[in-house]
Design a protein around this ligand. Structure first.
Ligand code: ADP
Ligand code: MG
Length: 272
C-alpha cells in the first residue's frame, strides 16, 4: 500500500471517528442513584475496589486522576460516579475538575463553575471559597474548574497545584481529578507525577485501539503510574466479548491549540 493511500485511509477513519463523537451530546449528567441498575453500580464498585488495591496505602489521601484519548469518551461521567462510589463507602472524598478549558463537574451538582480551581491556583480565591460539599452525599466535596485561563498547563504544573494537593491529602481519603483528553492537550500530563495513579477511560465502539495505545504511551512517557483502562459504555450484546468487533484504527493527522483546537470546536455546540 502506498504512503498516500495509507494516509487517506487514516484521514477517512479520523473523520468517521470525529463524526461519531459529534453525535454524542455532552449535555447529560448521570449520577448513580437508588434506581441505577445493579450492573452499573457493580461496575463502579469493582472499579473502586480495583483502584483501592492498586495503590499502596500511604500517609494521607490517595490522589487519582482520570483521562482519556479524546473528548466524549466518558471521563467526567466515570470520574464523578467513581468519586461518588468512594464517598458511599464512607470515605472522605474530593472531586477536582482540572479540565480548566471545558470542565463540566459543576453541572452534575447544579453549581456554578466560577470560582473554582483556576481561581484558587491564581490566588484570586482561597481554598475554602472553592470547595463545595455536594448535595448528593455529605462525604463528597468538589472543586469546579473555575475561570477560563489561557495557560491551564502552567496552572496545573505550578507549585500552587502541588501545595493544594498536599493540603487536600491531609483532609480527604481520596482526591479524584478529572482532566482533559491527553491526545488533544498536554494539561493532564502536568499532573502525571503529582498524582498516585492515572486511569484511562475509553469508549466502546468509539475509541480506536491505536489511540488508546498512544494515550497510554503518552502517559507512560510523562511517568504516570497507570492503574488501568476503563471501557465505558460497553455494549455486551453486540460484541460478545470485550474486544470483539472493537479493533478499530484511526489517525488524527494534526491538532493545534488555542481557538483552533478541535476540543473546543467539538464541544462548541454543547455550550449552555
Ligand atoms: N456509559 C455511558 N452511557 C451513556 N451515556 C454516556 C456514558 N458515558 C458517557 N455518556 C454520555 O456521553 C457524553 C460525554 O460524556 P462525558 O463524561 O462528558 O465525556 P468526557 O468527559 O470524556 O468528554 C455525556 O452526554 C454523557 O452523559
Ligand atoms: Mg469531561
Amino acid at each position: 500500500m502506498s504512503l498516500f493511500s495509507k494516509n487517506s485511509l487514516r484521514e477517512k477513519r479520523a473523520q468517521k471517528a470525529s463524526q461519531k463523537r459529534k453525535q454524542i451530546s455532552t449535555r447529560a449528567e448521570y449520577l448513580l442513584n437508588e434506581n441505577t441498575s445493579f450492573d452499573i453500580t457493580e461496575a463502579f464498585r469493582n472499579l473502586k475496589a480495583s483502584i483501592s488495591v492498586s495503590v499502596p496505602k500511604k500517609e494521607g489521601g490517595l490522589v487519582i486522576m482520570t483521562t482519556s484519548a479524546f473528548p466524549k469518551d466518558g471521563k467526567t461521567t466515570v470520574t464523578v460516579n467513581l468519586a461518588l462510589m468512594f464517598a458511599q463507602s464512607d470515605a472522605k472524598v474530593i472531586l477536582v475538575d482540572a479540565d480548566i478549558r471545558k470542565g463540566r463537574v459543576a453541572k452534575y451538582f447544579k453549581e456554578k463553575s466560577i470560582p473554582g480551581l483556576s481561581d484558587c491556583l491564581s490566588g484570586q480565591n482561597s481554598l475554602e471559597e472553592v470547595v463545595h460539599v455536594s448535595n448528593v452525599n455529605k462525604n463528597l466535596s468538589f472543586i469546579t474548574c473555575g475561570t477560563h485561563s489561557p495557560k491551564p498547563y502552567e496552572l496545573l504544573e505550578s507549585e500552587e497545584m502541588r501545595n493544594l494537593l498536599q493540603t487536600l491529602r491531609a483532609q480527604y481519603d481520596y482526591i479524584i481529578i478529572d482532566t482533559p483528553p491527553v491526545l488533544l492537550l498536554s494539561d493532564a500530563l502536568a499532573l502525571s507525577t503529582a498524582v498516585d495513579g492515572a486511569v484511562l477511560v475509553c469508549r466502546h465502539q468509539v475509541s480506536y485501539i491505536s489511540d488508546i495505545q498512544r494515550a497510554l504511551e503518552t502517559l507512560k512517557f510523562s511517568k504516570a503510574n497507570i492503574l488501568g483502562v476503563v471501557i465505558n459504555d460497553y455494549k455486551a450484546l453486540q460484541t460478545g466479548n470485550y474486544y470483539g468487533g472493537y479493533k478499530k484504527y484511526h489517525y488524527y493527522s494534526s491538532y493545534s491549540y488555542g481557538s483552533t483546537n478541535p476540543y473546543d470546536k467539538e464541544n462548541a455546540d454543547d455550550e449552555d
